[in-house]
Design a protein around this ligand. Structure first.
Ligand code: FES
Length: 287
């Protein structure tokens, strides 16, 4: 027991968390701007407490992570307890509880990316940067993370920098990206805007203050578009939708009754392409 108390007393929550630093009050100037921004965010919601998620991003846009003073600020502005604010801030991985680097480099190590090289990329990046998962380089530039699926599996293995996509990565290409970021070079993602913004800049956008870059650059890459083209060529449509994107009259769509699934027509659009496949002949005794 005594040994544990000593360990906790000597160990910060995270190697780079300056103890108590987050309790330093905001300057008058920063606080005034925060209050102005908070009022704009809160005005978007019928209830104050609904503004908590963007408010936490706002705090990160100023402090670089969710600080103790940021938690207090959110609680005051939204009539919440600090425990309620902390409960939300510790639930979502996009909220950081210790100082974050200028660039969060997330390597997808979910199943598809992992087998396409994501695990190798993470391991080599970790060694190259000298940090592990959720740790930040000494220069404060890069925070390395393992990420779950980014819904970009058609570009596996995928890396994200401040939530911009870097598709079809290799260990070498990912190391080049972090080296360029650390040297201060502008770096463009594979899709999206012409440059990657800093963590604080992106946090302000996530708080609901657009930087005008949301629609810049290519959104869907070639691999994704191939699926759309194939669907058009084959006349396929999603259940409940026509080829032109309009919704079908569900009354007219054949539905199964009493749990008896109608072949090729259960809640879907009956196009020639999705009619039921031929089923193998069954023997009379059902075997
Ligand atoms: S598994 Fe990596 S983007 Fe889906």
């Amino acid at each position: 027991m005594e040994r544990h108390e000593t360990m906790f007393a000597e160990s910060p929550l995270h190697p780079q968390t300056p103890l108590h630093a987050s309790d330093e009050p905001y300057s008058d100037e920063v606080l005034e701007q925060l209050r102005t921004d908070a009022a704009a965010i809160i005005a978007r919601y019928p209830q104050k407490r609904s503004a908590l998620l963007p408010m936490l991003h706002l705090v990160q846009s100023v402090d670089g992570y969710v600080t103790g003073r940021g938690v207090n600020f959110c609680a005051e502005q939204l009539d919440l307890t600090t425990a309620e604010v902390s409960g939300v801030a510790t639930f979502y991985t996009q909220y950081k509880r210790h100082p974050n680097g200028d660039y969060t480099v997330g390597v997808c190590t979910n199943t598809l990316c992992a087998i396409m090289g994501g695990d190798q990329i993470f391991d080599e990046l970790s060694e190259h940067l000298g940090v592990g998962h959720d740790e930040t380089t000494e220069d404060g530039k890069i925070t390395l993370e393992r990420l779950e699926c980014n819904a970009a599996c058609d570009f596996a293995p995928v890396m994200m920098v401040n939530w911009e996509f870097f598709d079809n990565q290799t260990p070498e290409s990912s190391k080049q990206v972090v080296d360029r970021l650390r040297s201060g070079e502008p770096v463009a993602p594979t899709r999206g805007p012409s440059r990657v913004c800093t963590f604080k800049q992106v946090s302000r956008v996530l708080a609901g203050f657009p930087d005008g870059l949301a629609d810049e650059g290519v959104g869907a890459g070639e691999a994704s578009l191939q699926g759309t083209r194939l669907a058009k060529e084959q006349g396929w449509a999603a259940p409940g939708e026509q080829q032109d994107g309009t919704t079908t009259d569900t009354e007219a769509t054949p539905q199964a009754e009493d749990g008896d699934v109608e072949r090729g027509g259960y809640g879907s659009v009956n196009t020639p392409a999705n009619e039921a496949d031929e089923l193998p002949e069954t023997k009379e005794d059902g075997q």
